[in-house]
Design a protein around this ligand. Sequence first.
Ligand SMILES: C[S@@+](CC[C@H](N)C(=O)[O-])C[C@H]1O[C@@H](n2cnc3c(N)ncnc32)[C@H](O)[C@@H]1O
Length: 289
Amino acid sequence: MTTRQHYRTGTPGTGTSTDDPAAAEAVFLDATRRLLEPLRIGPGDTVVDVGPGAGSATVALAHAVGEPGRVYAVDLDVAMLNATMEAARAADVAGRIHPVLHDIQDGAPPLPEPADAVWSSWCIHHARDWDVAARALVEMLRPGGRLCLAEGGLPARCLPWDIGIGRPGLETRLDEAHDRHFTQWFFGRVGVSRPARGWSEILHAAGLTDITCFTALVDLPAPLSAPAREVVLAELAARVRRAQPFLTAEDADTWARVLDPENSAWLGHRADLSLLTARTGFSGHRPDE
Ligand SMILES: C[S@@+](CC[C@H](N)C(=O)[O-])C[C@H]1O[C@@H](n2cnc3c(N)ncnc32)[C@H](O)[C@@H]1O
C-alpha cells in the first residue's frame, strides 16, 4: 500500500496536549537536538521518526540526512502527518520526508528499505503493548542501525510551591492526579498489556544492544519569554482538563481560577512561572548479523 493510499484513512492520535503542538515542540527543541545526538545521523542516511507530532524533530533529521537522505515520518494520525509536512515545506526539506500512516501497535510499517536510525519521542507509551511497539522500532533498523527512544524523564515544574491561593503544593498534586488519569486511560483499553518494567529492559527484550540512557534538562527560568509562557499555560490547562476527575474540589477550584484569563489570580499575570523538566533518551543499536 502506498503512502498516498494510507492518507485516505487515519485515527486521531493521542499525541498533542495542546492545540498548538508546534509551539510546544519549539520550546523543547534544544533538548530534542541533544537527544538526537547518539543517533549520529549523517548525509545520505535513512531515518524513521515514529510519532512525529508537529514535525520539529523530523525537520531536524531531514537537515541531518541532507539532500541524498530520506526520513520516513510514521504516525497513526493524519493531522500529525499533515502538520509534519507543513513544517517540512516551511523548512524546504519536504522532498526528503515521506509520510506513512501507520499504527506502530500493528508492528513495523511496510517501508521500502531498512533504516540506519530510528527516533521516537513521547509516542510509544500510548501503545497498548510497549513490547510490540518496541519490537516494531527495532525491526525497522538495518543490522548495526541505531535507535533512540525518548520516553520517561520527569514531570515539569512551572509554578512556585506557594502561589498564594489554595493549598501550597498545587502542581505536585496535579502530577499525582494526572498519573491516575493516565493509569485509568491506559488500562481502560481492550488488549492492553502491563509493561511491568523500564524502557531499557523493554528495548533489550526487543533486540536492542549496548543500551545507554541520557537525560536532557529543559531549564527555562523565570521570567519566561512570551512563547514559552503560552506553552506552559496551555500545557497546564491540558493536564488539568485530563486530571479533573482526580483533583480535590479545592484544587479544581484553584486551577479554575488560576487558568482563567479574566481572573485576577490568572497565572498569565505572574512573572515567576518557569519551566524545569527533564527528557530521557534510551539509545542502542541492532546487533550486526
Ligand atoms: C505527544 S506526540 C509527540 C510528538 C513528538 N515526537 C514530540 O516528541 O514532541 C505523540 C505522537 O505520536 C503519535 N502516535 C501515538 N500513538 C501512536 C501509534 N500507536 N502509532 C503511531 N503514532 C502514534 C501521535 O499521533 C503523535 O503524533
